[in-house]
Structures are given as C-alpha cells and as structure tokens.
Design a protein around this ligand. Structure first.
Ligand code: AMP
Ligand code: ZN
Length: 132
C-alpha cells in the first residue's frame, strides 16, 4: 500500500487533538518558533508573564509512553525551550521548563508539550494539594 506524503503525515496526527490541529494550521495560535519537529506558541491562558508551549509536530500523547525512538525529539524540545527563553528575553533572569504528565500533574491536553515559564519570580514548584 502506498501513501502520499500528506497521507503519511496525517497518520501521525490524531483527529480531534487540539495541538495536532494547531500544528497543522487548523486552529489559530501565536507562533513563537517553528521547525520540522516542533512548534512553539503562546499559551492561551498564561500563568506567568511569558508562557509558551512547545509541541512536537507528530502526535505523542504522554511522556510515560515515550520510547527510545523519542529520545532525540525530547532532547530537541528541551533545546528549543532554551532557545525560546532567549528569544522571549527571559533567559538571563531565569525560567522554568515543565511538562505535566497525567491527572495529578494537571495535564489537560493529551498531546505531549513543554511549558516555558518566566518573566518574573515563579511560584515554588510541586507543592502537593492533597489526594487525587
Ligand atoms: P497541560 O495542563 O500541561 O495539559 O497544559 C495545557 C495548556 O494548554 C494549558 O496551559 C492551557 O492554557 C493551554 N491551552 C489550551 N488551549 C489552548 C489554545 N487553543 N492555544 C494555546 N494554549 C492553549
Ligand atoms: Zn495531537
């Protein structure tokens, strides 16, 4: 069976996934950075002065499901995080890269992504709120 390049790409896309729709240009976003592996855009509901999301172009649901074949991509996303921090002017003051995995961490979009947070003092990381 043969697929066109477009059809092959769509196999890595999950229908009804918000971030798949954004990286494929079917949903609007404020783009900060883009390359062949990922895209970075402003979070629609920022919790810091700078709040950018870095999203792989191919659908990956959870960090927990990542395999050896995702190692290069995951490393790349971290480096893009540092690049986005420089680009948005928060590199010198300090910033946080964060990934929420699952319910207890508050993951609401099931397409793996890194939050880039900065532009002022950030709250303390990881205080438990109670049982899930
Ligand atoms: P998480 O809790 O790690 O799954 O984070 C998902 C993030 O996506 C949240 O910070 C939301 O504010 C953000 N978000 C949801 N919808 C959009 C959207 N259409 N454009 C940009 N960011 C979004
Ligand atoms: Zn997706």
């Amino acid at each position: 069976m043969w697929w066109t390049a477009e059809e092959e790409k769509n196999q890595l896309r999950q229908q009804d996934c918000l971030f798949c729709n954004i990286v494929h240009g079917d949903m609007p976003s404020t783009e900060i950075y883009s390359d062949d592996q990922c895209m970075a855009f402003n979070d629609i509901n920022p919790v810091a002065n700078v709040h950018v999301l870095i999203v792989p172009r191919d659908h990956v649901t959870y960090l927990t499901g990542a395999t050896e074949q995702h190692e290069q991509l995951l490393g790349h996303l971290m480096r893009v995080g540092a690049r986005v921090a420089r680009q948005t002017g928060i590199s010198e003051g300090g910033y946080r890269l964060a990934m929420n995995q699952g319910v207890d961490a508050g993951q609401i979009v099931d397409h793996l992504h890194i939050h880039v947070l900065g532009g002022g003092l950030l709250d303390k990381l990881g205080t438990p709120l109670g049982p899930s």
